[in-house]
Design a binder for this molecule. Sequence first.
Ligand SMILES: Nc1nc2c(c(=O)[nH]1)N=C([C@H](O)[C@H](O)COP(=O)(O)OP(=O)(O)OP(=O)(O)O)CN2
Ligand SMILES: [Zn+2]
Length: 150
Amino acid sequence: MSNIRITKQFSFETGHALYGYDGKCKNVHGHSYKLSVTVIGTPITDKTNVKYGMVIDFSDLKKIVKEEIVNVFDHATVFNKNTPHIELAKELEDRGHNVMLVDYQPTSEMMIIDFAKKIKNRLPEHIDLHSLKLQETETSFAEWFAYDNI
Ligand SMILES: Nc1nc2c(c(=O)[nH]1)N=C([C@H](O)[C@H](O)COP(=O)(O)OP(=O)(O)OP(=O)(O)O)CN2
Ligand SMILES: [Zn+2]
């Protein structure tokens, strides 16, 4: 049976700030992120299986990515907890804002590494994460490929 890639696309609105950065993105601002998730596997051949002919049900992939990423990052502001931004984050949290503290600089590159780990941990054994594409703006995106990270 052939290996087939399956892709599902997501979008979420997230704020962030790059502490110590030498450009305008050191300021708190936000993006309409677009995330494409591609998994690879062989379609199920068992005709009695309700998922017959599918690598993975798009709905099951959606559930994983929504629970791990979209529901967590959407309308949250992400700060690197290892910087003085922790103070700003605490202040915003105390005032009822949705803040997310991460252990890294929240660039597209570092976010996509985090997303890859989270999605891989949730995929069924017979399905592999092939690649991710995280689009920050119309002209800027990061990509993660499994074969770059063996
Ligand atoms: N390698 C990276 N560079 C930058 C990142 C990043 O995550 N990785 N992030 C930012 C900012 O957060 C923001 O995304 C600005 O990006 P940029 O493409 O510079 O945005 P512009 O609005 O200026 O884009 P144009 O389409 O060129 O107007 C900065 N760098
Ligand atoms: Zn940005």
